[in-house]
Design a binder for this molecule. Structure first.
Ligand SMILES: *Cc1c(COP(=O)(O)O)cnc(C)c1O
Length: 380
């Protein structure tokens, strides 16, 4: 019996050839592939600039830095996300502030978020959870009135569209991840897309130790053509040429990848139609389905998870609300009950397999097992 996990990369001979070509060439890092990957990526999402990072977490860290997050500043985000969305603020001495989700989108609720805005809010970071393209307009409006920057965490949402506009264009900055379970992979990798020249420059500075090499951006006349200036405390968050070449090759297949994910989700939707104990994910034209989060009756999730695992279906749970992790509870005093919608969703959720390499037969097998389990469950 083939084991199906909730996510998996798809690598073909073109990908392998692209990486091997880099290994045989002159540049393993800081060469032309990163630049080309950035250019093609920016073109794809429709942004003026894209800056590659070593991973999606580094991309978020860089975006918060570029937005100006400093000691004491707040980054307002969704309780239903991966820890990295909050951690990026902590790395800069900032404070992540969490708000609940809207259960009809599974994304940050603009109402709930607006109640958590303060004088210290520097960034609003909505998360397009599972690939559902969260409406960015209310957050842009809110950010304008409080002088904050909108950084969309679109690590789930490459290839998603809101009203025909690709995710990556509308927020002030948008962060992506190329972890192997995401839409395209570079092994590890990330990207920030932006239309702002200033953000682009700050992102690049942060990625390379905070060291500036361009004379026109230096404070003092350079000592000579070798001169560099460290202007801020940055990191080495560069992506290597091998990673970038893989990313470029993967990017060419992205439309196919997204299309297949949408097909898989429609097939699941169809196969779960009328099963009253299950709640399928919110639908939306531009959804790019990084995940297919299915909700079971609260109280049956654990047994459903284990039963599926026994049958070779390795689901995953996304996520324990970040503020309820021990680190966040101890440091900030969050307690169960603070985020009722996110907590209720967490208690019900299992992410089913969704990735390019799945066949219709695989999907039918998963759905059949889920339906057999659901038949034994009480109605919600
Ligand atoms: C994957 C992910 C990240 C972090 O990306 P890495 O590349 O794993 O560092 C951040 N936020 C969300 C919502 C993610 O899914």
């Amino acid at each position: 019996m083939k084991t199906l996990s909730y996510g998996r990369q798809f690598i073909d001979d073109d990908d392998i050839d692209a990486v091997v070509a880099v290994l045989k060439g002159d540049w393993l890092t800081q060469g032309p592939s990163v630049k080309e990957f950035e250019d093609r990526f920016a073109e794809y999402v429709g942004a003026r600039y894209a800056v590659a990072f070593a991973n999606g977490t580094a991309a978020l860290h860089g975006a918060y830095f570029a937005a100006g997050v400093k000691e004491g500043d707040e980054v307002l985000t969704s309780a239903m996300t991966f820890a990295a969305t909050g951690n990026g603020a902590l790395y800069l001495g900032g404070t992540p502030v969490f708000a609940d989700i809207d259960p009809s989108t599974l994304c940050l609720d603009p109402e709930a978020a607006s109640k958590k805005v303060s004088k210290r809010t520097k960034v609003i970071a909505p998360v397009s959870y599972a690939g559902y393209p969260v409406d960015i307009a209310p957050f842009l409006e809110c950010a304008e009135s409080c002088g904050a920057v909108v950084v969309e965490d679109a690590c789930h949402a490459l290839g998603a569209e809101r009203n025909g506009v690709r995710v990556g264009k509308e927020a002030h900055m948008t962060a992506f991840s190329f972890h192997p379970v995401k839409h395209i992979t570079t092994g590890e990798g990330g990207m920030v897309a932006t239309d702002s020249e200033e953000f682009d420059r700050r992102l690049r500075l942060f990625r390379t130790h905070g060291i500036e090499k361009e004379p026109r951006f230096m404070g003092a006349p350079p000592d000579g053509p070798w001169a560099t200036e460290m202007q801020v405390l940055g990191f080495n968050y560069r992506l290597s040429e091998l990673h970038a070449a893989l990313g470029l090759s993967q990017l060419r297949k992205l439309d196919r990848f997204v299309l297949r994910r949408k097909e898989i989700a429609s097939l699941y939707d169809e196969l779960f139609h009328g099963v009253s104990s299950l709640r399928t994910p919110p639908r939306c034209e531009g959804h790019s389905y990084h995940l297919y989060p299915l909700q079971f009756p609260a109280g049956s999730r654990a047994s459903a998870f284990e039963e599926l695992d026994k049958r070779g279906i390795r689901g995953m749970v996304h996520y324990l609300p970040v503020p309820l992790h021990p680190y966040y509870r101890e440091r900030f005093g969050y307690v169960p009950g603070d985020f009722p919608h996110a907590e209720d969703f967490y208690a019900r959720e299992i992410s089913l397999p969704v990735y390019y390499g799945l066949s219709d037969e695989d999907i039918r097998r998963v759905a059949e097992e889920v339906r057999a389990l659901a038949a034994l469950l009480p109605n919600p």
